[in-house]
Each structure stands twice: as C-alpha cells, then as structure tokens.
Design a protein around this ligand. Sequence first.
Ligand SMILES: [Zn+2]
Length: 62
Amino acid sequence: MAEENHDSILGKLRSGETVPCEICKKGFYIPYNTTPDKAHSFNCSNSDCNNRINIDAVIDVE
Ligand SMILES: [Zn+2]
C-alpha cells in the first residue's frame, strides 16, 4: 500500500530533491550527518516532529 509511495520518496531523497515531511507537513527530510546519496537515514527538519526515514530497510531488497 504505502510502500510504493515510500519508495518514490526515497528515490527523490537520494537524488537530493527536497521532500516535505508527510507526517507534520511543515518540515522536510534532511540527510542525517552526510550527503543525500550516502545517507542511511533522513530526519525531518522540524524539531517538533522527529520523523525519520531509514533507507537500510528498503535497500535490503538486494
Ligand atoms: Zn515532520
């Protein structure tokens, strides 16, 4: 269900696009401590939200 959506979000994040947070809709995802193409997770820029996306869980398809 939500997985395709999740996938396309990750694709955008990887390519450095700005993706608004789907939880709070105020912040946007920022790579945790590294560049977008190397990040293992992205955090919401809104400090009140703390939403986080982990990429590892998806990459594990390979
Ligand atoms: Zn958020």
